[in-house]
Design a protein around this ligand. Structure first.
Ligand SMILES: [Mg+2]
Ligand SMILES: [Zn+2]
Length: 375
């Protein structure tokens, strides 16, 4: 999915690391000017450097402030009086038994996790409302609903965030400003580990290929065993993502809603087998559009790197030469399957520049071997 946020300014509180940093990166890649915040200038500067390098964006700024205090929030507001997007991410957590949490702890958690979001939203929402467009995103948590016994004080703040988000959404209804909260579970808290990633082409690998393009959900037909193979990868702890050229969009054979419908069909089929894709990265362009993401160019792989980290050695499984070329350009291990166009690709001969290519009869065949010997 490609969201264009050019011309928008986004503030992400607590964004020198973790989820906040990831959100800032995503916003920068979508074209927004992004303001990073952290407690120390040093960490803010490091995050700005890292983001500039990763996203090639010139629009990364930063403010060092303690957002758990009113004057810290005010320092951010003074430096950046307006924003189109506010992500209330800053928060702390710390396991502590209920009988050990003293008043100061309760107060500290409340100030940082709740009042920072209240103060920033109170200020930035006004400008968004007056301009008729804005996005306010709260980071709640699964712990808002399923209160952890070892962090009751943390759970309290995340439930509070839920209610502020819900209330503010009602206050701003009809103004063009939307307010939402997401509830991450523990699953996404550990750092992404790209070494437990597998990248798949779609057509000819997961589903039957068609020279007439896959234009409708009805035309999406799974290859035997592909969903079960992805489920086996998932169960072994691998995230599986798709990198697919979908020039049918540029050619007008289907539109974005049509592609979304196809991908919902795919997701439902996979779910039936207990399989899940972590992301579907697609190039919507045609061969003459001069884009950087149409395989064999590695733009889709770069998008995956931006989200998951370095992909050196990560399998790129495809049925066409250009799948393998796109992967190899970023250090992936090329795997050719003989489904789809795979037989034709092999018969034409693989260029030596690819280095050694593993060849399997199908995705299922690759996964069987890969899980026995991931190297
Ligand atoms: Mg293919
Ligand atoms: Zn493209």
């Amino acid at each position: 999915m490609r969201i264009d946020l050019s011309g928008k300014k986004a503030i992400v509180s607590g964004s020198t690391a973790g989820i906040g940093f990831g959100i800032a990166r995503g916003l920068a890649l979508a074209g927004a000017v992004v303001v990073i915040t952290g407690r120390t200038q040093e960490r803010v500067d490091q995050a700005i450097d890292a983001l500039k390098q990763e996203t090639k964006s010139g629009g990364i700024e930063g403010v060092a402030a303690d957002l758990g205090r009113a004057d810290g929030c005010q320092a951010l507001i003074d430096a950046h009086p307006d924003a189109d997007i506010l992500v209330n991410n800053v928060g702390i957590f710390e396991p502590k038994g209920f009988f050990d949490i003293d008043d100061d702890d309760w107060e500290r958690f409340f100030q940082i996790n709740v009042m920072s979001a209240v103060r920033l939203s109170r200020h930035y929402a006004r400008g968004m409302r007056d301009r008729g467009w804005g996005r306010i995103q709260f980071l709640s948590s699964e712990s808002a609903l399923n209160i952890p016994t070892e962090m009751v004080h943390y759970g309290m703040t995340k439930t509070a965030v839920q209610s502020i988000s819900r209330g503010l959404a009602k206050v701003l209804a009809g103004t063009g400003v939307t307010v939402n909260a997401i509830l991450p579970g523990p699953d996404i808290l550990p750092p992404m580990n790209a070494s437990k990633l597998v990248i798949l082409d779609r057509d000819g690998v997961i589903n039957e290929d068609s020279d007439a393009y896959i234009k409708t959900p009805e035309e999406w037909r799974p290859l035997p065993g592909s969903a079960a193979a992805i489920a086996r990868l998932n169960h072994a702890g691998y995230r599986v993502v798709v990198a697919t050229n979908q020039s049918g969009l540029a050619r007008g054979y289907f539109d974005q809603a049509g592609l979304d419908a196809i991908h919902r069909t795919m997701a439902a089929h996979l779910e039936g087998a207990g399989a899940r894709l972590s992301g579907v990265f697609f190039c919507p362009h045609g061969p003459d559009d001069g884009c950087a993401c149409r395989k064999p160019l590695p733009g889709l792989i770069d998008q995956i790197v931006a989200e998951y980290g370095d992909v050196t050695g990560v399998p790129m499984v495809g049925d066409s030469l250009r799948d393998l070329e796109a992967g190899v350009a970023r250090g992936c291990r090329p795997v050719l399957v003989l489904t789809g166009k795979g037989r034709r690709t092999l018969d034409k001969g693989l260029p030596e520049t690819l280095g050694p290519v593993d060849v399997y009869d199908s995705l299922a065949g690759f996964v069987d071997q890969f899980l026995k010997d991931p190297s």
